[in-house]
Design a protein around this ligand. Sequence first.
Ligand code: PLP
Length: 408
Amino acid sequence: MIKTNHDYQNLQGSYLFSTIAKKVAAYGESHPDRAGQVIRLGIGDVTQPIAPSIIRAMHEAVDEMADAATFKGYAPDLGYEFLRSAIADEYKSRGCSIAADEVFVSDGAKCDSGNIQEIFSRDAKIAVCDPVYPVYVDSNVMAGRSGKWDPARQCYENFIYMPCTEENGFAPELPEQEPDVIYLCFPNNPTGATASKSQLQEWVDYANKIHAVILYDAAYEAYISEPDVPHSIYECDGARTCAIEIRSFSKNAGFTGVRLGFTVIPKELKDADGITLHSLWARRHGTKYNGAPYIIQKAGLAVYSPEGQKEIREQVAYYMNNAKIIYDGLKKAGYSVSGGVNAPYIWLKTPDGMTSWDFFDDLLERLNIVGTPGSGFGPHGEGYFRLTAFGSYEKTKEAVDRIIAGRI
Ligand code: PLP
């Protein structure tokens, strides 16, 4: 008898982007004359090519593979020392004390944020924002940590949802029920919201007090433009005893297709029995992961060079100029808008109480623009819509002009 773990079939988030793709394809088939005019501001994928100095580093690493003296086989499963040290130095430059051997290099933040739950017990209570990047909930449900499905709340009993609404500035409040694991993501996908240093400090103090762990997803750290917004949770006092931080090279350096990320676990972070989470993740990572490729880790190192830094800052500025165009244009058209200042995502309220999906259909059919329905990120995303700044300047401008001209 084949017995499967099919709990996660009840999850809607995983279907979000395939549903969007199907709807856009169906629209293209039924309107062949307009298919070419569709502008996609839905998926959070970059469009700018990888910066020249990083490409050069990749080529050099490829050439090393052709020479027996410099050839590399399996990479160390936790990452090459050269990259881990560069990452630790970057933390130091922000006043955070992180040692190179507290950095675990990986193939990206999606895998790390999806896999890290493996080190926690089955009955751990999980707090997540609502709306939320779907990987956090889905990966816990897939691991069998969900508890029973609660049809009234439309969620599993082991989850604590923390609503992020207009009223709280899309930043979650401390939950009433005590969690064991808290997922936070700032700058946030999908809302583009950030936490100030004092807000984040409150979370760190709370986690230390109740002895919970914060899984801090800082995939969009490079997009922060305001001085009071922390780039790392380790800028907060006491974070070394309660926080794991996950980062990515995808959005800051265009590695979405190249794949590189890392997770930081300070050695002071221990479970109730005094076992370090660092040792648990090292064991798990070493068992299931054979290391990010040397060529890609060399490319990652080039990101930290002065030239690499200059080039990637220009790319981020390019996307953030798009974000400003979207933000200002939507405001001009009379929408209620947030995000877009420290993040490449713009979060808008659908007009006249339209549902997120009705607004999606309307935008696609009337203006040929694709965005992402907020309800796909959680119940409190209903009535909201996400647009991304990762398109080209020209297409972004054209989309915004259409929205201003065709305001519902
Ligand atoms: N974390 C968040 C919040 C994201 O939005 C994304 C991608 O969209 C990721 C992680 C995935 O990053 P990566 O490309 O490194 O897997």
